[in-house]
Ligand binder design. Structure first.
Ligand code: ADP
Length: 180
């Protein structure tokens, strides 16, 4: 049986999964980093969809998640979640990052999606230390998967090899191997 969590190195916009997660900002109107890459690859329909969500419910608070169509992406949908801005570690950053992962997983499950890909939320412009963010990602995702039937498979997409090695080490350490 394939492991439920897989580490992938590369560009999240190319993945043919059910849903990809965007590390959005509260405005939902696009930005740099992975957000910019997703909007470029998806085309203008994604921004239009984000504007509709904004009109309906305003900004997206840190830790929350919303879902839209995926435009030209190979994925079927995009979940936009807002990670915490790193402010030294004593501003609930860890809890908010966990919530961003958990709420994204729950939204994918609520839409009956089986496969989901995450970028390393908050580790770019938002400045969350990479090792701590990777530990939270792996722990929160594994914990969710042991308790729920959906999603069935989660891809953690690292943009560079160094981050991928970090994720892989954590995954091996915590023995994520569904052969057992
Ligand atoms: P945040 O504002 O949440 O920090 P960023 O987009 O600045 O979001 O960075 C989040 C992570 O996404 C970083 O680790 C960055 O290297 C990575 N990243 C940037 N572009 C892509 C991409 N096309 N695919 C996957 N990951 C990406």
């Amino acid at each position: 049986m394939k492991p439920q969590i897989e580490i992938v190195t590369g560009d999240i916009t190319t993945l043919p999964v059910d849903v990809i997660v965007n590390a959005a900002n509260p405005s939902l109107l696009g930005g740099g980093g992975v957000d910019g890459a997703i909007h470029r690859a998806a085309g203008p329909a994604l921004l239009e969809a984000c504007k509709v969500v904004r009109q309906q419910q305003g900004e997206c608070a840190p830790g929350h998640a919303v879902i839209t169509l995926a435009g030209n992406l190979p994925a079927k949908a995009v979940i936009h979640t807002v990670g915490p801005v790193w402010q030294g570690g004593d501003h609930q950053e860890a809890r908010i990052l966990e919530e961003a992962y958990r709420n994204s997983l729950a939204l994918a499950a609520a839409n009956n999606y089986r496969t989901i890909a995450f970028p390393a939320i908050s580790t770019g412009v938002y400045g969350f230390p990479r090792a701590a963010a990777a530990e939270i990602a792996i722990r929160t995702i594994s914990d969710y998967l042991t308790r729920r039937p959906l999603p069935e498979r989660v891809y953690c997409v690292c943009y560079d090899e160094e981050n991928a090695r970090l994720y892989q080490r954590l995954l091996t350490q915590q023995g994520n191997d569904t052969d057992a």
